[in-house]
Design a binder for this molecule. Structure first.
Ligand code: FES
Ligand code: MG
Length: 590
């Protein structure tokens, strides 16, 4: 059965361009050296790219070396021709100076591949944190039919009869180690127990959050995000994804027909309900901007802040990925939000049906893990957007504010939600590690730890360092966390209620650059304010002393990145890239 595509396949320009047999021959011949026949390539069937993000350097996504076999089977069964190619590796935990600098590099690489090769549609394999936003950003720029296939989280980690979640266990165990409650050996045992199988982080860290968002945006098949990597359903949804992308190629169902402002507002609501990563903020802005959709800081307050936390998964809750999947995963959360009128189910998705149709009646089967909308784990659990004289925009993930922290800092009678403290300022994480236990700093529970030089330009790339732990002496006294502020990010697996992603960062003259140790900072969560109580004349005097120095670039990309990147509050994208939209509508020249 031959179908006529809604838009002529762009691969025809390579393999069947009229009057250019010489060029077609050149394009065709080398693909044959692994067995593809010229008849296949000239048959008019769509060429389906598979953007392979898994490798030994991206172990979180390595399951895709297996899933692509099922993707290819699905593509072939539906009449497409699969072509797998690698993307730039992004491994969150291992890449120095930070994996964040590679989101835009992987984006650029994928744009060039999708634009410059005879690819009609693409399966985006995702997993580890930035692999998802970089892929969606690129698919938006090129605008060919695209579908996300998550690799899925690892199985749940267990240690000593307790659930241990990747990342989260590190932050919790390092506090116990510093307080002398566990040995180094026990620390390592717990940490490694959190990673029992193939897959990405099993907590609601950035990886699970971004894959949930991809599903919430309508960019993957329903249920795809949460299936654990080793489960049989992972291979099965890989097959279905392969079949579906061929249909999408014929229907010309591109990201521009799926991604709307409403779908991004839906994603903001979803992030609150799942207790999603603070890194979702810059990545959502980045994806929206590449899709030519305006998101404002106030959207997070209007469509996310007042919503409840429904999902009891670490770091905001107790459980891990397997329980979340069995409870119903993302479709069950979306069902709650649609029924409550907080997500608009009328948006388009890769299935060709609406989001609401995709998840109809897929309510949770385990109410301990996914709560009903009116019986949440926490009310008002979204990101609080703050501003003040220290920055224009920063966020705080309120779902991880624990009872201890609330009682100590936010419950002074008559001053609920407000806190004043003495600033202890660190220039980057080396400075923090060198000095945090220095008795001369005299750090007590009335201090606010501040880290700067950790933003997109200062680091470069923006580092996950804002969740600084208190000095050992305080931990030993049972003080688990101090208020922290920074122009860096923090891991999505962290349970620290930090004020982070401060933009503009100190390296470009943001307010943090002019703060000194000993200054008083006033945090007012009721009004979303964060200010240094330093008079303007003194701030002006400090400005005369210049911006705190940042380390020199060590690679060409670091230099290019620093020159072209925008601030974290706007997604940290390469602004020059935003003028390139729907590049697939123009065929690249021979
Ligand atoms: Fe890759 Fe968490 S480190 S998913
Ligand atoms: Mg992370």
């Amino acid at each position: 059965m031959t179908r006529t595509p809604a838009r002529p396949f762009r691969s025809r320009e390579w393999f069947a361009a009229p009057g250019r047999l010489d060029m077609a021959a050149l394009y065709l011949e080398r693909f044959m050296n692994y067995g593809i026949t010229p008849r296949e390539l000239t048959s008019g069937r769509p060429i389906i790219g598979i953007a392979q993000s898994g490798s030994d350097l991206t172990p979180c996504n390595r399951i895709h070396l297996e899933t692509v076999k099922r993707v290819k089977a699905g593509i072939e069964a539906a009449g497409g021709i699969p072509m797998e190619f690698p993307t730039h590796p992004i491994f969150e935990n291992c890449r120095r100076p930070t994996a964040a600098i590679d989101r835009n590099l992987a984006y650029l690489g994928l744009v060039e591949i999708l634009n410059g090769y005879p690819i009609d549609a693409v399966v985006l394999t995702t997993g580890c944190d930035k692999t998802t936003p970089s892929a969606i950003m690129a698919a938006s720029t090129v605008d060919i039919p695209a579908i996300v296939l998550s690799g899925g989280p690892m199985l749940d980690g267990w240690h000593d009869g307790d659930l241990v979640g990747s990342g989260t266990v590190i932050w919790r165990s390092r506090r116990k180690l510093a307080a002398g409650e566990i040995t180094e050996e026990e620390f390592l045992e717990a940490a490694t127990a959190s990673a029992p199988s193939a897959g990405h982080c099993n907590t609601m860290g950035t990886a699970s959050t971004m894959n949930a968002i991809a599903e919430g945006l309508g960019m993957s098949l329903p249920g795809c995000a949460a299936i654990p990597a080793p489960y049989r359903e992972r291979g099965q949804i890989a097959y279905e994804t392969g079949k579906r992308i061929v249909e999408m190629a014929y229907d010309d169902l591109r990201p521009s027909k799926i991604l709307t402002r409403q779908s991004f507002l839906n994603a903001i609501a979803l992030i609150t309900a799942i207790g999603g990563s603070s890194n979702a903020h810059p990545h959502l802005h980045a994806m929206a901007r590449h899709a030519d959709i305006e998101l404002k800081p106030s959207d997070w307050m209007e469509f996310g802040y007042d919503l409840p936390l429904l999902v009891d998964v670490q770091p905001a809750g107790r459980f891990l990925g397997e329980r979340f999947h069995r409870a119903g995963g993302v479709p069950a959360v979306l069902s709650e939000l649609i029924a409550a009128g907080k997500v608009d189910g009328n948006v388009a998705t890769v299935t060709g049906r609406t989001l609401g149709e995709n998840v109809a009646n897929r309510f949770a089967t385990d109410r301990e893990v996914i709560r009903a909308y009116d019986q949440p784990l926490k009310e008002q659990a979204g990101f609080l957007v703050l501003s003040g004289n220290l920055f224009d925009v920063a966020i705080m993930k309120t779902s991880v504010i624990g009872p201890d922290f609330r009682a100590r800092y936010l419950s002074r009678p008559g001053h609920e939600g407000c806190f004043e403290g003495r600033a202890i300022v660190f220039d980057g994480s080396d400075d923090y590690h060198h000095r945090i236990d220095d008795p001369a700093l005299d750090i007590d529970e009335n201090c606010i730890l501040v880290i700067r030089g950790a933003g997109v330009i200062g680091w470069p790339g923006s580092a996950e360092v804002t969740n600084m732990q208190p000095p050992a002496a305080l931990l030993q006294r049972g003080i688990q966390s101090l208020p922290t502020i920074g122009d860096g990010r923090q891991s999505g697996t962290s349970d620290s209620p930090s004020i982070l992603n401060a933009s503009p960062e100190s390296a470009v003259g943001g307010g943090l650059a002019w703060l000194c140790t000993g200054d008083t900072i006033r945090i007012d969560l009721n009004h979303g304010r964060c200010d240094m109580l330093v008079d303007d004349a003194e701030i002006a005097r400090r400005k005369g002393e210049g911006i705190p120095p940042v380390p020199a670039s060590q690679t060409p990309w670091e230099e290019i990145y620093r020159e072209k990147v925008g601030q974290l509050g706007e997604g940290g994208v390469l602004d020059l890239a935003l003028k390139y939209r729907r590049t697939s509508e123009t065929t690249p020249r021979h």
